[in-house]
Design a protein around this ligand. Structure first.
Ligand code: ATP
Ligand code: MG
Length: 140
């Protein structure tokens, strides 16, 4: 079993798609081990996406991620990191495969419904960004 971090982004929260996306993730075999509703500050959003700080879209990305509440979710499944990326679909919903979350719920390359960790190493860092280990429900 592996864990990864998803964030249902502010567009999903504002559009009322969060429940549908969680149902989609559960249907794909993910178990929810932790879930919060948070409104990120500029500093938090900038730190979370620090890897993109030199990209031209960074300011806009931080503005979007702080535009309203979002929902970080700790997910567990076999092959969770890679599996979540597949279920999410491509960054740009115009290029996302049919049936993926971004194809179904994303408006454009920035307002793209969901974040998913891109490696097991980053999943561990990103899970710790939002959850302490005592917040995560252990398998039993
Ligand atoms: P995420 O990290 O949110 O899961 P991703 O890994 O598919 O998305 P990244 O390249 O890490 O894509 O980009 C992070 C986020 O920055 C994207 O999800 C999107 O919201 C935004 N973004 C990426 N590229 C662009 C772009 N060209 N223009 C505007 N926003 C962008
Ligand atoms: Mg990414």
């Amino acid at each position: 079993m592996e864990q990864t971090l998803a964030i249902l982004k502010p567009d999903s929260y504002a559009n009322g798609n969060a429940g549908k996306i969680l149902a989609h993730l559960e249907a794909e075999g993910f178990t929810i081990r932790g879930l919060r509703v948070v409104h990120l500050t500029e500093a938090q959003a900038g730190a979370f996406y620090a890897v993109h700080s030199e990209r031209p879209f960074f300011g806009s990305l931080v503005e979007f991620m702080t535009s309203g509440p979002c929902i970080p979710v700790a997910l567990e499944r076999e092959n969770a990191v890679k599996g979540l990326r597949e279920v999410m679909g491509a960054t740009n919903p115009a290029e996302a495969a049919e049936g993926t979350i971004r194809k179904l719920y994303a408006a454009n390359i920035e307002n793209n419904a969901i974040h998913g960790s891109d490696s097991p190493e980053n999943a561990a860092i990103e899970l710790a960004f939002f959850f302490s280990s005592s917040d995560l429900i252990a398998a039993r």
